[in-house]
Design a protein around this ligand. Structure first.
Ligand code: FAD
Length: 194
């Protein structure tokens, strides 16, 4: 949002966030697990005891770093099912049906396969189809196909029926990639806390 606001040359944008800069272990995608247990980089929120979890509570990590949770996330790219947006709109979330949010998804991304009805080709966030050559991945997909599901035919981020697809991920050039790395305002400079 800061990046889009700063497109207006008359605007001065103040990006105010708690936490450290991203120049740390979080730049390494496999550093993800380390970050989850590194209290300096998230807020250490704890959930409430859940009856469905036999009374146990869970960690609810939220990023305390420039770029927020997007700087500590798993860089998977998933838009959610189109029907979720339709349901939210039907429940009163005006402006949130799939056709209304789609232009913003497209504007955000540059898809590796190029732009089409569902994909953008000029946005700040590089998105690629997941690739996984593990035998377990292949066996899982094969089982789905044997059960009658389509594989790789439908773009799951489009108007998706139930089908199988390799999950999308954010193109990261082997580095963690989030809101701040994809589209920080030109003059973003971390400022130490007072
Ligand atoms: C561990 C983890 C893995 C995830 N993996 C994925 C994934 O692979 N793919 C995916 O699509 N999504 C993933 N997500 C979810 C995704 O990262 C979040 O949904 C998204 O970043 C939320 O954006 P937001 O702007 O709503 O909140 P946030 O990104 O959390 O932004 C809130 C910002 O406000 C700041 N803030 C909070 N309180 C204060 C305060 N008092 N003063 C100043 N600043 C404050 C925070 O530090 C933070 O920078 C993951 C999330 C987590 C935590």
């Amino acid at each position: 949002m800061g990046n889009r606001l700063s497109e207006d040359k008359n605007a001065r944008v103040l990006l105010l966030e708690a936490g450290l800069s991203t120049k740390s272990v979080i730049q390494i995608p496999s550093g993800f697990y380390d970050v989850l247990f590194n209290s300096a980089l998230h807020w250490r929120y704890e959930g409430e005891p859940e009856p469905q979890l036999n009374g146990r509570w869970m960690w609810q990590q939220r990023g305390k770093v420039l770029g927020g949770s997007s700087s500590i996330n798993a860089i998977a790219y998933v838009r959610a099912h189109a029907l979720d947006y339709e349901n939210w709109a039907a429940m009163g979330a005006e402006g949130w049906c799939y056709a209304e949010v789609l232009p913003y998804f497209k504007k955000c991304e540059t898809y590796e396969g190029g732009g089409d009805t569902y994909r953008g080709d000029a946005g700040p966030l590089g998105v690629q189809r997941g690739s996984n050559h593990s035998p377990l991945f292949k066996a899982f997909i094969q089982a789905g196909v044997q059960a009658g599901l389509l594989y790789g035919v439908i773009d799951l981020d489009g108007i998706s029926a139930i089908s199988l697809s390799a999950g999308g991920s954010i193109e990261s050039d082997h580095l963690q990639y989030g809101a701040i790395t994809a589209s920080s305002p030109p003059s973003t400079a971390p400022h130490p806390p007072p």
